[in-house]
Ligand binder design. Structure first.
Ligand code: SF4
Length: 345
């Protein structure tokens, strides 16, 4: 099937299904996929939409944990699909549920009372674990609010899986450096140094996003040399040393707003996944110069393509749905609902 056939196939199916189908797409989707979406957004915006959707079919164009989140928040009877089941988030996979559980158990046995706070980039099993232990979820858009909330719940917070977002959020709330400790989770969590953990309010899981690791402080210095006066905006999955050199830092939605509000004629370098940067560069062509700090794409996001969306949309009655174990749904929903409630205030 060529791309114009795929386009027509998808649009014909959307017209035929009408309100029975909703397509959601993360900002990191390619233009060929994003153009079919009813809603595009960051993880927080898309999560907020799910409880209000009445469609029978929900197609989530993103990586697997996002579709799992949609399946947790969906109403009974709604069917959630993802065009490519194998589009995993590498960072999410750095915190498997068995290792998170073993580490939390080790901390509890050591006498630490820990409130876990997981970035939305985590499996349903991890969200369920966190929900069952009084914790919650955050996104890059609300990490500051949710970290403040978690620290108020007890003496220790475990932030997972992204050490960089955790450290950046700690900087935003001016949490002293001596109150932060990055865990060594080898040996089934037994390598954690309990004496050091006991002295820190914030315990951090050692995960990271390889796509955002590519934006280094020297990348920003080079951009500023090439374009004196340029603006730099980066995602908070970047290293804190990179964030410190940027003019702004925030979620994909903040980045979109930052570019929209930048003065005409600005040169703006962006440190996030390339598909979003490219879309903004095209949108503001001739008005503002939008450039990638570095060409960095998420190979898992790229597994969702217009051809596999076209295939899925024509086989909705037989295609596999995104399944979340019933036993996980309630505690995972609890963790997500706590986030939506805290952020609704
Ligand atoms: S860009 Fe990074 S955090 Fe986002 S889905 Fe890809 S690997 Fe995961």
């Amino acid at each position: 099937m060529n791309s114009s056939n795929d386009f027509d196939t998808i649009e014909e199916a959307r017209a035929r299904l009408g309100k029975r189908l909703v397509i959601l797409a993360h900002h990191y989707m390619s233009d060929a996929v994003a153009r079919h979406a009813d809603y595009t957004g960051d993880s927080l915006e898309l999560s907020r939409r799910i409880p209000d959707l009445d469609a029978e079919y929900i197609i989530f164009c993103g990586v697997f944990f996002m579709a799992e989140t949609a399946a947790i928040l969906a109403k009974p009877g709604q069917k959630v699909f993802i065009p490519e089941m194998n589009s995993r988030c590498v960072m999410s996979d750095m915190a498997p549920d068995w290792l998170v559980k073993a580490t939390l158990d080790h901390l509890a046995e050591g006498g630490l009372s820990v409130t876990p706070l997981t970035y939305v980039n985590s499996s349903a099993a991890v969200k369920a674990l966190v929900g069952a232990r009084g914790g919650s979820v955050c996104t890059s858009a609300n990490a500051k609010t949710m970290l403040t909330w978690a620290l108020e719940q007890g003496p220790h917070t475990l932030f997972l899986p992204d050490v960089r977002l955790g450290l950046n959020a700690a900087d935003w709330i001016a949490l002293p450096k001596e109150q932060r400790h990055i865990l060594d989770v080898r040996d089934h969590g037994k390598a954690v140094l309990l004496d050091k953990a006991k002295k820190a309010q914030l315990l951090l899981w050692p995960g990271q996003c390889v796509i955002h690791s590519r934006f280094k402080p020297e990348t920003i210095r080079k951009a500023r040399q090439e374009s004196p006066g340029c603006l730099v905006v980066v995602h908070p999955e970047c290293h804190p040393n990179t964030v410190a050199l940027a003019d702004a830092c925030g979620s994909t939605s903040l980045i979109i707003k930052y570019v929209a509000e930048a003065p005409e004629g600005s040169v703006i370098y962006i440190g996030t996944e390339y598909n979003l940067v490219n879309r903004l560069a095209q949108k503001y062509q001739g008005v503002k110069m939008v450039r990638a700090l570095k060409h960095s794409t998420c190979s898992n996001m790229e597994k969702v393509t217009e051809p596999n969306l076209a295939r899925l949309i024509t086989t909705l009655d037989s295609a596999p749905t995104v399944q979340v174990d019933e036993a996980l749904k309630d505690p995972a929903r609890l963790a997500l609902t706590r986030m939506l409630q805290v952020c609704a205030k």
